[in-house]
Design a protein around this ligand. Structure first.
Ligand code: ATP
Length: 216
């Protein structure tokens, strides 16, 4: 009998990858006893403002470079290869096809995503293919989770509540990292060394333009 495979999926813009992403992936990996967590950088996210979005290849490379030494995690370029708007439902369908019906797919999302769910393409299908793991994010209330009952039904929402990861709370965000880089402030300890070096090497996020001191 083939063993069930338990896959975590962490989608996002990763603009750039930061310690918050790695910590939540690790929490999900440990608590849900996952076999792997797949990080999937979006090519063109349907829900994020585009102005300061770095080219997808840069974002993907920062993720891939960082994860290559951790066998628990893997970077996927499936959304970048697919091009066009990156819909989570398409990614999950692709993974379901690849790994078959025996795979348990856990979609890992921060709680800031809760309010957006009703606007996601084929959200009920997403909840059918995967089990949704909401990671609580500071400053993002969980009040509206019950609103999802109208779309998913009571049982599914109770299941989501049961899978929720409530700690540790991490207030790191990619937008704060970008602001810090543009101001020439250190981002050490907020992002992995690989990401710090990559940003410096490619002078990303206005690196150096407004820099007063040494960042690294
Ligand atoms: P930005 O600040 O640009 O909006 P972000 O920090 O939210 O970016 P994303 O790449 O959009 O980073 O995040 C990918 C996924 O990881 C999303 O589901 C997001 O909610 C979640 N996430 C990111 N940072 C955290 C965090 N500190 N705690 C919990 N979840 C997080």
């Amino acid at each position: 009998m083939t063993r069930r495979i338990k896959l975590g999926v962490l989608g996002g813009t990763f603009n750039p990858l930061h310690m918050g992403h790695l910590i939540i992936a690790q929490e999900a990996y440990l608590r849900l006893r996952l076999d792997k967590v797949i990080f999937v950088p979006a090519a063109t996210p349907p829900h994020k403002p585009q102005e300061d979005l770095l080219d997808a290849m840069h974002r993907y490379r920062m993720v891939a470079l960082t994860l290559r030494n951790d066998p628990r995690f893997v970077a996927s370029d499936m959304e970048i290869k697919r091009s066009g708007k990156s819909y989570t439902v398409d990614t999950l369908e692709e993974l379901r096809k690849k790994y078959g019906p025996r795979a348990e797919i856990y979609l890992i999302v921060g709680s800031d995503t809760l309010d957006e769910f009703p606007t996601w393409k084929d959200f009920p299908r997403i909840a059918q293919i995967s089990q949704i793991v909401v990671v609580v994010r500071p400053g993002h209330s969980l009040e509206r989770i019950d609103d999802l009952k109208a779309i998913l039904g009571e049982d599914k929402v109770e299941e989501i509540k049961g899978l929720m990861l409530k700690d540790p709370l991490i207030s790191i965000s990619a937008s704060d990292i970008r602001r810090r880089v543009a101001r020439g402030e250190s981002i050490r300890y907020l992002v992995p060394r690989t990401v710090e070096r990559y940003i410096k090497k490619h002078r990303l996020y206005s690196y150096g333009k407004r820099q007063k001191g040494l960042m690294l």
